[in-house]
Ligand binder design. Structure first.
Ligand SMILES: NC(=O)c1ccc[n+]([C@@H]2O[C@H](COP(=O)([O-])OP(=O)(O)OC[C@H]3O[C@@H](n4cnc5c(N)ncnc54)[C@H](O)[C@@H]3O)[C@@H](O)[C@H]2O)c1
Length: 336
């Protein structure tokens, strides 16, 4: 399947096809110098498969993990681009999860004021969420994604066969992003995930339906001025949990999963909770913990004392509410 994403420029295609990694040169222009960026946790065979299809390619490997989205690594990648003699007509290809995609996109966006960037996401989270929408970034001074840009890829290629090597916990954490999108925007997708008896068999349909939701949102609101906030369902409290427990605690998707629970009507909450339990996402942390609230107050999305939250009254619908930050505590307590 090919899904086109319209942008202010030419837009780009997302190729969703099992086995397409072997045919990436049919979709991307690799007949030039290519810097392939991957990380140490991604099976090397994926980057090598891409390299075999390029005219001239170098593979740059980051250490796996969020800490690799750093200024130091950014400088090292720029040095590689200069050493390779890369020009404005060459390109960067990301092969990995959201860390590799965010990092590589940011490198591509700034080298020579922007060179072509292709993304081959290999985690569930990056396949349904981070690879589209054009947000690219690195972290700085302990703050996630604080240095970044909106920079659209030239193309995205999703081969769900790559998920066969992905850890189940990572897969399920990524699934929380699909649960999030379906809870606000697509009742049928929510029910598909609810009724699925084998997530592996339903992967392609879930990825496709999630991508359509995200595509429709980012096309209407490319720079997060309004509607795109719907994608933050679960994220306000989720970020608070992530900040409290740090990198050694829960995965991002797991935090988003738990963060959705206070932000919905009670029957919706029961259904989301049942889904989180079905996919072994923890739901038993103390959301009323004051540290979590302190982190929420520091959240970059808070403007003054007010914050926009996404609230779900009925599966498949949402409401954006502007509330006082202190009120979040009420939502949390009411949801317990
Ligand atoms: N740009 C956006 O719109 C956006 C949206 C959501 C999240 N993000 C970012 O995405 C990042 C998280 O991404 P993630 O959840 O994909 O994590 P990740 O990139 O850290 O990948 C998780 C782990 O899986 C490994 N891995 C990747 N693909 C694999 C495969 N096919 N088989 C085996 N192992 C594999 C990686 O090496 C890593 O250890 C965060 O930095 C977050 O800020 C960006």
């Amino acid at each position: 399947m090919v899904l086109h994403v319209n942008t202010s420029e030419a837009g780009y295609d997302i190729i969703l096809e099992r086995g397409s990694l072997e045919r990436v040169s049919e979709y991307f222009n690799l007949n030039r110098k290519v810097l392939i960026i991957t990380d140490s946790g991604v099976p090397m065979e994926y980057a090598l498969t891409v390299q075999r299809q390029c005219k001239e390619a170098y593979i740059h490997v980051l250490d796996a993990g969020e800490q690799s989205k750093s200024i130091d690594n950014y400088i090292k990648a720029l040095q590689v681009l200069v050493d390779m003699g890369m020009t404005r007509t060459d390109c960067v290809v990301a092969v990995g999860g959201g860390v590799v995609g965010d990092f590589s996109g940011f490198v591509a966006s700034t080298y020579m004021r922007g060179i072509d960037f292709y993304n081959i996401p290999t985690t569930f989270l990056s396949q349904v969420d981070s690879s589209i929408g054009g947000k690219v970034a690195i972290d700085f001074m302990g703050v996630k994604n604080i240095v970044g840009a909106f920079y659209q890829p030239k193309g995205v290629l999703i081969d769900s066969n790559t998920l066969k090597t992905l850890d189940k916990r990572q897969l399920h954490a990524g699934l929380c992003e699909s649960i999030k999108m379906s809870a606000t925007s697509n009742k049928e997708l929510f029910e598909l995930i609810e009724n699925s008896t084998s997530i592996d068999n339903d992967l392609d349909e879930i990825i496709e339906k999630s991508l359509i939701i995200k595509r429709d949102v980012v096309e209407k609101d490319p720079k997060e001025k309004g509607l795109r906030r719907v994608l933050n369902f679960g994220h306000t409290i989720g970020h608070g949990i992530e900040s409290k427990y740090g990198l050694k605690g829960y995965l991002h998707g797991e935090c988003v999963g738990m963060g959705m629970l206070p932000m919905c009507e009670s029957s919706v909450k029961q259904r989301i909770k049942a889904l989180l339990n079905k996919y072994q996402i923890p739901t038993d942390i103390d959301l009323a913990n004051e540290d979590i609230m302190d982190y929420i107050k520091k959240d970059k999305k808070a403007s003054g004392n007010q914050i926009t939250i996404v609230y779900v009254e009925k599966i498949g619908t949402f409401e954006l509410k502007k509330i006082e930050i202190e009120e979040i505590q009420k939502y949390i307590k009411r949801g317990l």
